[in-house]
Design a protein around this ligand. Structure first.
Ligand code: NDP
Length: 275
């Protein structure tokens, strides 16, 4: 039976409610994506985060359609890849063709790729795509503060979200402040630092105190900071574990103890140089 769980939402700039918790499908091979997403939907996931470069948009769309859950109950994000900054509208139409959807809920510039210097043009393309009704909300990913300031200054349009690498080893206090000042919602990618942070003694102790798992504690830390998260798992029991985080709360001291693990360490590429 397909579960329906009440997940907190945050209102984005164009008025769309984004569920604060969802499922990411980076590195889920297309052959496994259908089953992974289908199980996620059954378990209560409605927010799905994919990208053109993940190569699994078609399978995400198939799982959504086969679920029997109405399209309006979902929040679907996809992303513009770095080699298409000059044709965002065309790239989004191609993504929608693979998803077999009329629109997505959120479209993101995946990376600023500053060496190409086309991210302002890409942002103008996303503004146009939103005008055409191809996406309800527009945002960016992996933008540093100067990239954010530049697109806002040059177009007058503020992204609804910035999806950045963020976990206890890379707490991103500076960017989170920049987002708060500008009304940008923070989405945290690799929220579990790909699982590495779950071994930390501080996380394990806090988990034991609450009778929860280390992953649940780290996800709860994100939610209490106000981040949007979509942990990836191809393991059914972990999909269930990760979404079961609504009935406990971390104290300020516990939040601070987790934030103290910050060592400015990335698991992924540096946005200033990646293209
Ligand atoms: P996560 O931090 O979500 O970690 C995923 C890893 O943690 C997998 O190995 C998974 O294992 C494991 N895991 C998940 N749940 C548990 C659990 N309860 N206990 C123990 N281990 C667990 O990293 P991702 O890099 O996958 O990031 C999540 C999403 O963020 C991506 O899917 C994508 O949507 C987005 N993202 C965006 C990027 C961008 O540039 N915008 C870049 C990278 C990610 P297993 O699957 O084997 O269960």
């Amino acid at each position: 039976m397909t579960k329906s769980i009440e997940i907190p939402t945050i209102e984005l700039s164009n008025g769309t409610a984004i569920p604060q918790f969802g499922l990411g499908v980076f590195q889920v091979p297309p052959r496994e994506t259908y089953e992974n997403v289908a199980y996620g939907i059954q378990t209560g996931y409605r927010h799905l985060d994919t990208a053109k470069i993940y190569g699994n948009e078609a399978e995400v769309g198939q799982a959504v359609r086969a679920s029997g859950v109405p399209r309006e109950a979902f929040f679907i994000t996809t992303k513009l890849w770095n080699d298409e900054h000059g044709d965002a509208v065309g790239a989004l139409k191609a993504s929608l063709g693979r998803l077999e959807m009329t629109h997505v809920d959120l479209y993101l510039i995946h990376w600023p790729a500053p060496a190409q210097d086309r991210y302002v043009e890409a942002w103008q393309g996303l503004i146009e795509a939103q005008k055409q009704g191809l996406t309800r909300e527009i945002g960016v990913s992996n933008f540093q503060a100067p990239h954010l300031r530049r697109i806002i200054d040059e177009t007058g349009v503020t992204p609804a979200v910035n999806q950045i690498e963020l976990h206890p080893y890379l707490a991103q206090a500076g960017l989170r402040r920049e987002h708060a000042d500008r009304g940008i919602v923070t989405e945290a990618w690799s929220p579990l630092a790909k699982g590495t942070v779950l071994k930390e003694a501080a996380v394990q102790e806090i988990a034991e105190r609450h009778g929860r798992t280390p992953a649940q504690v780290v996800l709860r830390w994100h939610l209490q900071l106000g981040n949007v998260v979509f942990p990836k798992s191809v393991t059914p029991s972990r999909l269930e574990e990760n979404i079961d985080i609504w009935d406990f709360e971390l104290s300020q001291e516990e939040l601070d103890r987790i934030e103290a693990l910050d060592r400015g360490e990335r698991t992924g590429p540096d946005p200033d140089t990646f293209s």
